[in-house]
Design a protein around this ligand. Sequence first.
Ligand code: ZN
Length: 244
Amino acid sequence: MSAERLAELIVSSGPVVALTGAGISVPSGIPDFRTPGKGIWENVDPMEVAHISVWRRDPERFWSFYGQRFALLDGKQPNGAHFALVELERRGLLSGVITQNIDGLHAAAGTSDPIEVHGSIRTASCLSCGASFSLAETRARGDVPRCDCGSVLKPDVVLFGELLPEDAMARASSLASSAGLMLAIGSSLEVWPVAQLPADTLEAGGQLALVTMGPTPYDSEAVVKLSGDVEEELRAVVAALPAA
Ligand code: ZN
């Protein structure tokens, strides 16, 4: 019922913009690191070790953690929720995807030009000379990957203690403000400044729909909230669209 309501909204609204968080990648086998007691996060506080100051001061410790993180993301495939957004885009119903995820799965699914506001693990950079390396090249450079110039590489993700990339955030804000409907998926909408984006949509007169388990600060302002399994919910929404 709610999936049909959301399908109607998607068809009848102006530009639809998706904002996705960790929840959309959980069906791909990628745990949400904010959920305590899961796998590699059990013995480590990612907000402490995945910090720019640790990368600078103790690259062995940083890369010991990030190496595990890369291994965890290795071989993971997009799921039905990612593909549902690709289908919405294919039908001309989706004007952009903004994601907090660094796993690269929107791009892998076929979304064109997702805005990755927290960066992506697909590449790593040398901050000394500017060289860029693919994930495979980075992993082939050992436990503490270094550039040919000798400097330790940094994954192209936004670490704790770093600012979000200005150009990506500017594009995200602009999309959010112009959206007739923001579709927030698998995000608790609590991490700033991304948490501001639904407010940008609402303030500009757009509507907000949520597909996420658990509460968000925007629950009372959403026109629809779907709280079931994200993959099943989005498949049902696509199935409820008028025939393409
Ligand atoms: Zn270099």
